[in-house]
Design a protein around this ligand. Structure first.
Ligand code: 8GT
Ligand code: MG
Length: 309
């Protein structure tokens, strides 16, 4: 087996969600391809230390805070790389091309530069995911109240998970919810219902861990995510190239009164193993938990009760 080169790369993010790409300088492998600024770890260096050094060297930027994001392994003809991506929304210094590269701010889902480094293609989709994923709560709120709050709050993404409904009831609800979501540009993920999502034209499907483990291939929908509880299930979601995973439950929640919560430390150690997909902290989350979740390597938080109050 050949040696793996460890690389740290930084995603500079502006408040409007746009992110920075740089072109690789002449003389390097894949010159002219677009990438996230960063480079190889030197011996004994941590990923974050390497990233801080590279961003100063390559572009005169001092990182004020960065949170670990996803880890992508990729085999190039010239090297096998393990890329650890960080999200950076707080930095100091003028962005300056110290290596003759070009820089371009990009909008998720609407890239206007090319080509992109092959390892980066799959991860760019993750930048279109929201910090807060919302999960429906018709079960506790009742349908009328839920639909009203949905139209008022207009979340950017919604997972319609209502296990108390039978197939017919769920389909009827999904039709109403989809109508509201289309009007207000909320992306809608149906729960364990890939065929219904295709038939109705919903944005994707969200799988329970149980369904995830039974699947041999990714359902043919634009967006596919899954609920997970441990490394084996995160591994299954990664192997199917899913777009995101929810991981929980992290804090005590009335949804799982008997099961012990994972807690932030276990979430942190699980995510430190490095997964190629964004992971949301789920279970007993409040809006105020977002920063803690991100510091532990999560992409964001998934809210059920707290999303609708
Ligand atoms: N910086 C960076 N490297 C990436 C990305 N995606 C990706 O596949 N790589 C690969 O990771 C490796 C690290 O690249 P690098 O050339 O930036 O390393 P470096 O800054 O330390 O350069 P040097 O070795 O010339 O000093 C390359 O094989 C590159 O193709 C990315 O988004 N950013
Ligand atoms: Mg570099």
């Amino acid at each position: 087996m050949r040696k793996t080169t460890h690389v740290a790369a930084g995603i500079l993010l502006r408040a409007n969600g746009s992110f920075l790409l740089g072109s690789r300088p002449a003389g390097k492998p894949y010159a002219g391809y677009w990438e996230f600024p960063g480079g190889k770890l030197e011996s004994g260096e941590s990923e974050l230390d390497a990233l801080k050094r590279e961003l100063i060297e390559e572009m005169g930027v001092e990182i004020m805070s960065a949170t670990p994001w996803i880890v992508q392994n990729f085999d190039y003809p010239h090297a096998s790389v393990r890329l650890s991506f960080f999200r950076i929304s707080n930095w100091k210094g003028e962005i300056t091309a110290h290596e003759g590269q070009e820089f371009a701010w990009q909008t998720p889902g609407k890239l206007n530069v090319s080509p992109i480094l092959p390892a980066n293609g799959p991860i760019l989709r993750g930048l279109a995911l929201p910090d807060v994923m919302t999960i429906s709560n018709v079960g506790e709120l009742g349908e009328t109240a839920f639909l009203e709050i949905l139209a008022k709050k207009q979340p950017s993404w919604l997972i319609l998970r209502e296990p108390q409904l039978n197939t017919t009831q769920y389909r009827l609800l999904a039709e109403k919810v989809l109508h509201i979501c289309k009007n207000q540009q909320t992306r809608l993920m149906l729960h364990n219902a890939a065929e219904l999502a295709l038939a109705l034209g919903a944005d994707g499907v969200h799988l329970s861990a149980h369904s995830l483990l039974k699947l041999a291939k990714r359902p043919a929908l634009d967006w596919v995510g899954a609920s997970t509880h441990n490394a084996a299930e995160l591994g299954a979601a990664s192997a199917l190239s899913l777009d995101y995973a929810l991981l929980g439950h992290i804090s005590p929640t009335p949804s799982h009164p008997d099961a012990a919560p994972l807690g932030w430390n276990s979430l942190g150690s699980l995510l430190k193993q490095g997964w190629p997909l964004p992971v949301y902290a789920l279970g007993g989350m409040k809006h105020s938990d977002l920063a803690t979740a991100m510091q532990h390597g999560a992409h964001g938080i998934a809210l059920m009760r707290a999303a609708w109050t």
